[in-house]
Design a protein around this ligand. Structure first.
Ligand SMILES: Cc1ncc(COP(=O)(O)O)c(C=O)c1O
Length: 289
């Protein structure tokens, strides 16, 4: 497998990560995940924009322009012959010794960039069947809008959900649903879609942008406002969204069915609109569906 390591494309086993890399010691870095269909990126601009925003929020000086980053990622999927798959890219603040919390001088310490690409087919069967979820307190920090490589809070929540026999953790702060451990959260009540507004408590999902557009095109009303765990449990439909799972029905929460306990008509419609947008950008997916 070929990967990017700083400005080079190398074999994965050639990459050497220093034990004093600030990503390794402090989780001092940011990342993003973008999906390719038919060998073409979907919503690459939005992912790159979020990455640059995160760099700005964390005072991390990026060693490339948006165009240069897009060129590198495009080369990566070509060289690995990725048809449908995910590209993970991250940057850390670099290798600074001795260990010190203070940011190092960017004139002296260069950031470390890595990226890899993996084939991941669409799981249409799962998108039809849906997943289960468990309600878990959101104990993460107050900068959830930054796509930080520090994901301990997220993985602890997901692990709790798995211990409860569920696929995903639906997070809440004092009873108000924020998002999931690795996706945004949505519910449907009486024909209206609800999802948490952007801000510091959730990651502004790129899939969320696409689904908001889809809902508008489909004429389905959306309220970007907070809803409670109680309201969620009485919802007609629930679903989560992310680059890798698209719009994923949540059919059961803490062992109780959501609505009919099956994928609902609104998420079904959004999935169709999402697919249309993917096909507009990347070409027909019929052979994959
Ligand atoms: C915590 C969290 N929220 C939301 C999302 C959805 O973001 P996107 O739609 O850009 O993949 C993710 C994706 O990884 C995530 O980790």
């Amino acid at each position: 497998m070929k990967v990017i390591w700083n400005d080079k494309i190398v074999d994965r086993n050639e990459v050497k990560i220093d034990m004093e890399d600030r990503g390794y010691q402090f989780a001092d870095g940011i990342y993003d995940v973008v999906r390719a269909y038919n060998g073409k990126f979907f919503t690459l601009d939005e992912h790159v924009d979020r990455f640059f925003r995160g760099a700005c929020q964390t005072d991390l000086e990026l060693p490339f322009s948006k165009e240069e980053l897009k060129e590198r990622l495009t080369t990566l999927i070509k060289i690995n012959q990725i048809d449908t798959g995910n590209v993970y890219f991250q940057i850390t603040r670099g290798i600074a010794s001795p260990r010190n919390h203070t940011y190092p001088d960017p004139e002296v310490v260069a950031p470390v960039f890595t990226a890899s690409a993996t084939v991941v087919p669409r799981d249409q069967e799962k998108m039809n069947r849906g997943i289960t979820a468990s309600i878990i307190p959101d104990t993460r920090w107050l900068h959830c809008d930054i796509k930080s490589i520090s994901l301990l809070g997220n993985i602890m929540a997901k692990h709790e959900a798995h211990k409860n026999g569920a696929d995903e953790a639906v997070l809440h702060r004092d009873g108000a649903v924020t998002e999931c451990s690795s996706s945004n959260m949505w519910m449907v009540k009486d024909g209206t879609i609800y999802t948490h507004p952007d801000g510091n408590l959730i990651l502004p999902g790129v899939t969320k942008i696409v689904l908001l557009r889809a809902a508008e095109k489909a004429g389905i009303p959306v309220k970007e406002e907070t809803f409670t765990v109680e309201q969620l449990k009485n919802a007609d439909e629930a679903f989560s969204s992310s680059t890798t799972i698209e719009a994923m029905p949540i059919i059961e929460i803490d062992g109780c069915p959501v609505g009919s306990g099956k994928k609902g008509p609104i998420v079904e419609k959004l999935q169709q609109y999402y697919l249309n947008e993917v096909e507009e950008q990347c070409g027909s997916l019929r052979q994959n569906v």
